[in-house]
Ligand binder design. Sequence first.
Ligand SMILES: Nc1ncnc2c1ncn2[C@@H]1O[C@H](COP(=O)(O)OP(=O)(O)O)[C@@H](O)[C@H]1O
Ligand SMILES: [Mg+2]
Length: 256
Amino acid sequence: MESPITKSDIDLQKMREVKRLKSVEDRRVGSEVFDRITLKTLYKLANQGYIHLLNGAISTGKEANVFKGVDDHGKIVAVKIYRVTTSDFKKMQYYIQGDPRFNVRSNSKRQLINNWVLKEFKNLNRAYEAGVRVPQPIIAKNNILIMEFIGDSDGTPARLMRQSQISNPQYVVDKIIDYIKKLYNDAELVHGDLSGFNILMEDDEPVIIDLSQGMVVDHPLSDELLNRDIENLIKDFKKMGIEISKDDIKRKIMDL
Ligand SMILES: Nc1ncnc2c1ncn2[C@@H]1O[C@H](COP(=O)(O)OP(=O)(O)O)[C@@H](O)[C@H]1O
Ligand SMILES: [Mg+2]
C-alpha cells in the first residue's frame, strides 16, 4: 500500500516508546489528542490488529481528529479520535438524552464520550445495514472509532460535497434523498447534522459521514432535526443548480 510516511507517523508496534515519549510531552501543545488513555486504547487496538500505523491527519475538527491508519493487512482505515479535553459535553448530553439505546446517568465525561463514540458506531451500522452509503464501521473503543476509509486507493481522502464540483447534480440529489429515506424508514434514524460538510464524494457517488448526532426517529427531537437537515440540504442543492422544496423532499422521504 503506497502512502507517504512522515516523521509524524506513529508506529504502534513501537508504542511503548511512544508512550514513554508522550508522558514527557503530554502537557505540551499538540499532544492533546494523545492523552494516556487514548494511547492505551490505540495500543490495544494495535495489538488486536486493527491498526499498526497512524499516518497523516485527514482532519482536525472541533471535537475529533481523523487520521489515516493502516491495518495489519496493509489496508487504509479512517481513525476518528475524540478529544476528551475539547468535547462539547452539553451538546453530547443533549443529543444522547432520551435515546433508549443509552443509559447516561453517569456524570463522567469519559463515559459520555465513550457512549458518543458507540452511538456513532451503532448509527453507522444501522445506516450501513439499511443500504445507505456510509463508511463501514469497524470498531469503537473508548474515544476511538475505526471505520472504512473513503478515498482513493492511493490514500487520498475523498473531498467534501460542499467543496466539490458536482458533474451529475440531479443524480447526487436523488441519491441523497433516497439515503435520508432509507435512514428514516429502514434504519429509523435522523442524521441530525446533514449538509454538504458531512457528505463526501467518492468519485461521483455521495457518501454520508459523521453520524454521531444521529437520533432514533421516535426521539422527541427527531422531527426538528429532520427539518433542519432538509433545510441545510436544500441550500446545498441550490448551489448545485437543483431547486427542490421542503415539502417535495418530505413527501419523498415519507413515501406519500
Ligand atoms: N471514513 C472517512 N474516510 C475519509 N475521510 C473521512 C472519513 N471520516 C471523516 N473523514 C474526514 O474527516 C473530516 C471530519 O470527520 P467528521 O466525521 O465529519 O467529524 P467532525 O465534523 O466532527 O470533525 C470529514 O470532513 C472528512 O474530511
Ligand atoms: Mg463533520
